[in-house]
Design a binder for this molecule. Structure first.
Ligand code: UD1
Length: 445
């Protein structure tokens, strides 16, 4: 069943009967944060693209629907591969409705500007993580020669022609780096763009590799200085998206939080170094001696507290902060977790408190007083307040004995392919309850 159809069935809750150690193997899907960029970057391609290892999640289905609505032709080859031909897209305007349904709509700015030299894209509003400013995106387009304005809630971008430029971001931004690369790679022969203080996240490199596979000339992605020679034409490609670092990290933490032992397959081990390092600091055993899988063994170990500061890659990813903080509630002692990247990243704390967590939040830091394994209690009314917060609630529910009901799981389904089946395969007792099911009135046992 497609993700869209599952969505139509309105999955509203997960019911988790926790306390069982996760055991076995899980296969990680393609990276959401790469895929949302790469799918929109197909707008830059002058021929047909084939994408493999595309995660089957609602954010991706939404993007594909919007592209089809704009004139793209998308054919499903198998569960994770698609042919995408965007040559039928004739308009550089994105509708309010389309952008509203899509978190990564900012990538329309760089991709439509690169293709049409013009773009009209609804400005992103605040979201669950707080304000999402786009000043760095606009600054980079301006330096490339585009005029930018915001009228009636939409961003207007127009470049009669692109000029060579040196862009220096005063803050590291994944989105602005990807957008600048997308516009610059198709800026035309002879137009050179340099980006300083570029984001180095694995998905920035993945988008660059995808663009290069079509004939773009991008060098240095993965370092803080990216150099791009513009081209006029991008040809067809057959490209595989990298494994999802955050999905892998979430399963690593879930294994540790249940004192389980899990082999996490189809990963890029190098991308997991920071998460591995932090897990080891808490006393969890991680075998990362292989390139494409890791084994996390949390059995027979008590957890030690540790401090975390989220930072741009290769620092600890903000997208792993809620899940890891949940694990730290099971440590013996106090940990301090600081997240300066997004203003609203501790909203899950209120939900975790319902399960007995002792956490104090002061602006961008949380002090977590961990009370050891088994200290989280089941609850019948916790919610996924955003994607990673939702993943944190799943981790909490898996560790807590008894039945926990997690609401608003559509947030989780935006970014985790088949999470319920993957967890069931690891021995978890988890099920989905649809809105109209009698089960939906279930209480916590
Ligand atoms: C991406 C990821 C998101 C991850 C984040 C940080 C995708 C689809 N999303 O989000 O999952 O949590 O990177 O690793 O890949 N900023 C500005 N001005 C701007 C742009 C950003 O001030 O013009 C600030 C943001 O408010 C934030 C910081 O820079 O504090 C980092 O944001 P950014 O890296 O741009 O995050 P996203 O690309 O939105």
């Amino acid at each position: 069943m497609s993700v869209k159809k599952q969505m139509a069935m309105n999955a509203s809750k997960f019911i988790v009967n926790g306390g069982t150690p996760l055991k076995g193997e899980v296969v990680i899907s393609g990276a959401k944060n790469s895929a949302v960029g790469i799918i929109l970057a197909t707008i830059l391609c002058d021929e047909e693209c084939v994408l493999n290892n595309v995660p089957n999640i609602s954010d991706i289905q939404d993007e594909m629907e919007i592209l089809e609505g704009m004139g793209a032709k998308i054919t499903k080859i198998d569960d994770s591969s698609y042919k995408i031909n965007t040559t039928g897209i004739k308009s550089f305007e994105v509708s309010d409705e389309a952008a509203h349904n899509m978190r990564a709509s900012t990538y329309f700015m760089g991709t439509l500007l690169g293709r049409f030299k013009e773009a009209v894209v609804p400005a992103p509003g605040g979201c669950n993580l707080g304000d999402r400013p786009i000043d760095l995106h606009l600054k980079s387009f301006e330096q490339m020669g585009a005029k930018t304005s915001i009228d009636n809630g939409s961003v207007h971008l127009k470049a009669d022609y692109f000029i060579s430029s040196s862009i220096r971001f005063d803050q590291v931004s994944v989105g602005a780096t990807i957008n600048a690369m997308c516009a610059a790679c198709k800026a035309g022969e002879g137009v050179k763009t340099e980006i300083d203080n570029a984001a180095k996240e694995p998905h920035v490199v993945d988008v660059a590799n995808f663009l290069n596979s079509m004939g773009a000339k991008i060098r240095g992605a993965g370092t803080d200085k990216i150099k791009i020679m513009g081209v006029d034409y991008l040809h067809s490609t057959n490209y595989s998206i990298i494994p999802d670092q955050i999905e892998a990290g979430t399963f690593m933490v879930a294994a540790a939080a249940t004192k389980g032992k899990v082999k996490i397959c189809n990963v890029t081990t190098k991308h997991l170094e920071t998460i591995t390092e932090k897990l080891r600091q808490t006393g969890v055993f991680v075998d990362d001696s292989h390139d494409d899988y890791v084994i996390v063994d949390g059995s027979n170990r008590e957890l030690k507290p540790c401090n975390i500061i989220t930072l741009p890659h290769p620092g600890f990813p903000t997208d792993m902060q809620p899940q890891f903080s949940t694990l730290l509630t099971l440590a013996n002692g106090a940990s301090v977790v600081t997240d300066n990247i997004f203003s609203n990243r501790f909203k899950y704390v209120e939900q975790l408190r319902k399960m007995g967590a002792e956490i104090t939040v002061t602006s961008s830091a949380a002090v977590i007083n961990g009370h050891g394994f088994g200290s989280l209690k089941c609850a019948n009314n916790v919610r996924a307040v955003d994607l990673r917060a939702g993943a944190a609630m799943v981790v909490a529910a898996l560790s807590a004995k008894g039945e926990t009901t997690i609401g608003d799981v559509f947030h989780i389904q935006r970014g985790y392919e088949n999470i319920v089946d993957k967890l069931k395969n690891l021995g978890a007792d988890i099920r989905v309850v649809y809105n109209d099911s009698p089960d939906n009135k279930q209480n916590c046992g």
